[in-house]
Design a binder for this molecule. Structure first.
Ligand code: GRF
Length: 220
């Protein structure tokens, strides 16, 4: 049974999607804890309601990133994690923290990486005139929003999209894709290639398309 520790900062809808899939599909895993750097994160209430252990490590209580990351790692390690999942965790991590969980920490980022690392991804995609947007699950490496790609989901950008409408459609894809990607990891189905990519041993697609197989007809 694998121990999953999920880090959040806010709403926690991806965390809920993962917890729901884990329970419904009977994964060989459990959500050992949900940890937030913000005491008021709404996701904490959802986790508690599901009987999941929660903890808060408030970044405001620490003087600098190193001290915060050290304290956070202590709390994480108290739950004996096999895999650490960043799900809307809005903190830049120190290299030492990333190294501690090397190869066993995943993140979801709301863009088609390597395009648009950082914030305001949907606004930037619309402003750039992108016709496709999406989201990426990747292995966490020291560089922000980088690292080997585990899965991507794409949605068409519609001419009348706003940041909010695009974000809503991308989030719906995240809730399908992140649990799937975590399950691949739990089931031991992800292999590293010699050139640093991650491939799925089953040969299944690591790309999820909105409305597939009718995706092109999806957009107006
Ligand atoms: C998601 O869009 C995720 O890609 C990004 O932050 C958002 C978190 O949403 N990293 P939620 O807290 O899971 O609802």
């Amino acid at each position: 049974m694998k121990n999953l520790v999920i880090l959040i900062s806010g709403r926690g809808s991806n965390m809920v999607a993962i917890a729901d899939a884990c329970a419904a599909e009977g994964w060989d895993a459990r959500i050992a804890a949900v940890i937030s750097n913000r005491p008021d994160a709404a996701g904490l209430d959802h986790a508690r309601a599901q009987g999941i252990a929660t903890a808060v490590v408030n970044h405001r209580d620490f003087d600098g990133r190193e001290a915060f990351d050290t304290a956070l790692a202590q709390v994480i390690d108290g739950f004996s994690p096999d895999l650490v999942l960043l799900a809307g965790f809005m903190r830049i991590l120190t290299p030492g923290f990333v190294q501690r969980y090397a190869g066993r920490m995943l993140n979801i980022h709301p863009s088609l990486l390597p395009a648009f690392p950082g914030l305001h991804t949907h606004r930037r995609a619309i402003e750039a005139g992108c016709k496709l947007a999406g989201t990426t699950v990747h292995v966490v490496t020291p560089e922000l929003d980088h690292g080997p790609i585990v899965a991507q989901a794409v949605v068409a950008v519609r001419p009348d999209d706003t940041e909010d409408t695009l974000a809503t459609r991308v989030l719906a894809m995240e809730h399908r894709m992140y649990p799937q990607a975590v399950r691949w990891w739990v089931d031991g189905l992800l292999d590293h290639t010699d050139d640093g990519r991650i491939v799925l041993r089953t040969g299944e697609s690591q790309l999820l398309m909105d409305g597939a197989p009718d995706n092109p007809g999806d957009a107006p």
